[in-house]
Write a protein that binds this ligand. Sequence first.
Ligand SMILES: [Zn+2]
Length: 421
Amino acid sequence: MIIRGEILSHSYQGKGYIVIKNGIIKKVQHDKPKERGEFIDAGDKLVIPGLIDMHAHFREPGYEHRETIESGSKAAVHGGVTTVAIMPNTNPPLDSIESINYVKKRAQQVGLIDILPVGAITKKRYGKDLVDFKTLAPHVVAFSDDGTTPQSFKVFLKAAQLARAVGKPIADHAEITELSGGSIREGKFSRAYGISGIPDIAESIAVARDIEIARYTGAHIHVQHLSTSASVKILRDAKKRGVPVTAEVTHHHLLFTDEDLRDRSPFKKVNPPLPRKEDQEELIKGLLDGTIDIIVTDHAPYSKEEKSTNIEEAPFGISGIETLLSSLFIIAEKYEIPFKVLLEKVTWKPAQLFNLGLKGDIIPGYSGDVVILDPSKTWRVNEETLFSKGKNTPFLNKTLPGVIELTIKNGKIVYRGDRID
Ligand SMILES: [Zn+2]
């Protein structure tokens, strides 16, 4: 396969040709290559690496009414995402080799993208008994009890020591549950709207714990879905001191604020909650100065029934894997950030951070994961255009910039226009 277009990647920017053979990028060059084969002329359209999302929920096994590995994979390729780390809060959870193997087998049968399971930290994610780190380590990309975190310092400390010993990061959903409760971020809007608030210290105290445990153990602790200014500030300081911590932010935390909850939409109820304006400003600052390493979706699909209730009763979560790339265009414009800077946070950076191997760049030797998109076109987000079973997105019935025309995984077209191949 030979692709011609406007290439934008970590290693190559500008007009050029990509040759993909046997699923691997063989050449990237300015001049027409001599190879023959299927030719894709992208013209002036952008050719970027397949996106890497290090935080998604595909719900299988156990919650197939919300999403399956198949529907999640389809949603991913529709969003230009070719590698996805899936969280262990399934039923049964990914706390054993059996459930991890099940997920891997299903991912292989569907075969659209690379699915990287994240193993649980504790059995059943109850925060008490640790999983068998040694046995699970070769089969997982990280360990997390996402949805929650062990509340016991002792359990979390031991987990960090074991994770370090097996050479895998802990991805932590930083939340002190004793302090949380509530539906949206506590502040003037939670009071004005009369919706129960979650104080920001529920997150930042857990982040402080993570930093100190990373410093003490030397374990790589990756803080998930950062949402408060206080968290960003203490992380920035920790990174300056050389503590092995990294962090992520979701695209919805960069685009919506607590003020937007005036419509009380359950589709905007998410954990951690949408930030206050001052939190969002610090998140952007952290993204630009490297305090925040990557952008993720925290794709959390729910059925219509589950989200069809009031904001206090509804479950937390936004279906986000299909709106990530479009969101990057909006974020780039809103904050005057070069698109390439944001693109690195969903391609090159996650590949480096989690040692994913030859992915996330367009360079010879790397896997043939490529997305062709037209930034000048727009698309309508609605129940029909989303491939995910979860239609719970604040972008529903909105028009977004950036249309993905082709998603190529290992040199094979897996998404074409509005069709999955
Ligand atoms: Zn989480």
